[in-house]
Design a protein around this ligand. Structure first.
Ligand code: SAH
Ligand code: SF4
Length: 392
């Protein structure tokens, strides 16, 4: 299997000018504060006006959730049509929205150029976590992951990454933005795609999400998950500063090469050294190692003991998240038994490392990575089949 990316991050072909809608107007969502100002100046406002309007727009967009210029009451009435002619503030199109019996919500979203991707919201007693996608599909082909089997890949634009958070806030009715009492408290970059292969857009988007004048989510409540793009991990800590999760999933070269093929490029030792060097990691801010439990593949007592040894050897402030494998049609693996998962967890725990088992959520709506998109494609295909049949 070819390992994508002779250079990092992998350049992914982009569509047309995605910052413009079909009618030529400019998308304001996902622009930095400076970008907003430059967009206004570019359309003819003088520097002073542009600065003032950019500040007002930022507040309306990210603090109030407003996407209609007519509702921006402190912007002069005569200026609103001028803005409307030139700019838009949009959201990804919702193709499908589902709510699970356990409260998990899942959306299938569509980009302006017709690519589908997903977003999941997982409510808990004391927090609510939004799982955000960074790409349509993924180039990395991890063998247990359904997203990796999708052929089409494109990086999501900042407007499409920030757009997910905006859409979730819309759906939860959480405007204006406020520090306390909100349902959406945490963000994990664990949806479709490898966030460190779309580094610039992910960084710019998360900076907007963390901005105190707007969405105001703290970096401590944001976690970025990577399959191990070693050369970008340092920059992730320095330039974004969020918590790091690493999809380890195996402790031997043989098994990790098979299930997480990027391992053939950046091996376990290199990866764990990058974790040890991750800026900002300490005992209060641990690195999370994700470990998907695959029957007879990576789930032996020996594997668990080796995991403890590796974490100790690299002196990593770490916790381990054990994820029961979520099967999909044609998947080459099965999930480990609950007894095996418990035994595995106990060994790590006895090694002094926290190793909770992640409870599967939203199983009735296929709320795992890459699965809603597939379900909807299946449905679309079956509708097409039915129509073809009806047509005789
Ligand atoms: N590309 C990044 C982030 C997206 S995947 C990464 O790989 O870390 C988010 C997490 O879901 C990863 O830990 C991934 O390994 C896990 N995952 C993917 N498919 C899964 C499946 N079928 N069952 C359980 N976990 C899965
Ligand atoms: Fe891509 Fe992550 Fe899935 Fe691997 S697990 S194919 S890196 S999305």
């Amino acid at each position: 299997m070819p390992i994508p990316g002779a250079i990092d991050p992998v350049p992914v072909p982009r569509g047309a000018d995605l910052a413009r809608v079909a009618d030529g107007r400019i998308e304001l969502l996902g622009q930095s504060k400076d970008g907003l100002r430059a967009a206004l100046e570019g359309e003819g406002l003088d520097a002073r006006q542009a600065k003032l309007r950019a500040k007002q727009l930022w507040h309306w967009i990210y603090n109030r959730g407003v996407s209609d210029f007519d509702s921006m009451s402190d912007i002069a009435k005569v200026q609103r049509p001028w803005l409307k002619e030139r700019f838009v503030i949009s959201r990804p199109e919702v193709v499908e929205a589902q709510v699970s019996s356990d409260g998990t919500r899942k959306w299938l979203l569509r980009t302006r150029d017709g690519n589908d991707f997903e977003m999941v919201f997982i409510p808990d007693a004391d927090r609510g976590t939004l799982c955000v996608s960074s790409q349509v599909g993924c180039t990395l082909n991890c063998r247990f992951c359904h997203t990796g089997t999708m052929r089409l890949v494109r990086n999501l634009e900042p407007s499409e990454i920030v757009g997910q958070v905006m859409l979730a806030r819309d759906a939860l009715g959480e405007w204006p933005s406020q520090p306390d009492g909100r349902m959406l408290t945490n963000i994990v970059m664990m949806g479709m795609g490898e966030p460190l292969y779309n580094f610039d857009h992910v960084r710019d988007s998360l900076k907007i999400v963390m901005d105190g004048d707007g969405l105001g989510l703290s970096k401590r409540r944001i976690t970025l998950s990577t399959s191990g793009v070693v050369p970008m991990m340092g920059r992730c800590g320095e330039e974004i500063g969020v918590n790091l999760a690493v999809s380890l999933h195996a402790v031997t070269k043989e098994v990790r090469d098979e299930i997480v093929p990027i391992n053939r490029k950046y091996g376990i030792e290199e990866l764990l050294q990058a974790c040890a060097d991750y800026p900002g990691a300490n005992n209060a801010r641990r690195i999370t190692f994700e470990y998907v439990m695959l029957k007879d593949k990576n789930d032996s007592d020996e594997d668990a003991r080796e995991l403890v040894r590796l974490i100790r050897h690299y002196k990593l402030p770490a916790k381990v998240n054990l994820i029961p494998f979520n099967p999909w049609p044609g998947a080459p693996y099965e999930c480990s038994t609950p007894e095996r998962i418990r035994a595995f967890s106990n060994i790590i725990f006895e090694g002094g490392i926290s190793a909770p088992v992640r409870t599967p959520r939203g199983r009735d709506i296929d709320a795992a990575c890459g699965q809603l998109k597939t379900a909807s494609e299946k449905k679309r295909r079956s509708v097409i089949d039915a129509e073809t049949e009806a047509a005789g």
